[in-house]
Design a binder for this molecule. Structure first.
Ligand code: 5GP
Ligand code: ZN
Length: 114
């Protein structure tokens, strides 16, 4: 068993502000939001990084994006815009080794990101 923060949130062992769940994924508010809306869409299954994705995970990753789009729409950000992203490994700023799609919205998001 991996000692994993997001597995613990999935299992209810660590509290989080859960906003969505289904059989494949959960979504909750980031503890340190970087935008007025900052959610994490997380597969239930432990996958450490994008590097560990297998061919059979393609539908799952599509699902994570559809969930993010639905949550952005429900929060009223679909028209103005929002950003989704995965950080992969330390060079990109990944700090939790359980795959998670960031959803950021509610402010002007500059490009390129830092
Ligand atoms: P990463 O840096 O790995 O791409 O993203 C990890 C995210 O998890 C960060 O944005 C960080 O603020 C968030 N985070 C870290 N610990 C917790 C926690 O205990 N609860 C919640 N809800 N978010 C967390
Ligand atoms: Zn995990």
């Amino acid at each position: 068993m991996v000692d994993c923060l997001f597995c613990k949130i999935r299992d209810g062992a660590i509290p989080a502000r859960l906003i969505f769940e289904d059989d494949q994924a959960i979504a909750f508010h980031d503890l340190h939001p970087q935008a007025p809306l900052h959610l994490l869409v997380v597969p239930r299954r432990h996958i450490a990084t994008l590097n560990e994705l297998a061919l059979e995970d393609e539908a799952l990753v599509g699902h994570l994006h559809r969930v993010a789009a639905q949550l952005a729409r429900e929060a009223g950000h679909a028209e103005a815009g929002y950003r989704t992203l995965f950080n992969c490994n330390r060079g990109a700023g990944q700090t939790v080794w359980h795959l998670h799609l960031h959803l950021l919205a509610g402010r002007d998001l500059t490009w390129p990101p830092g």
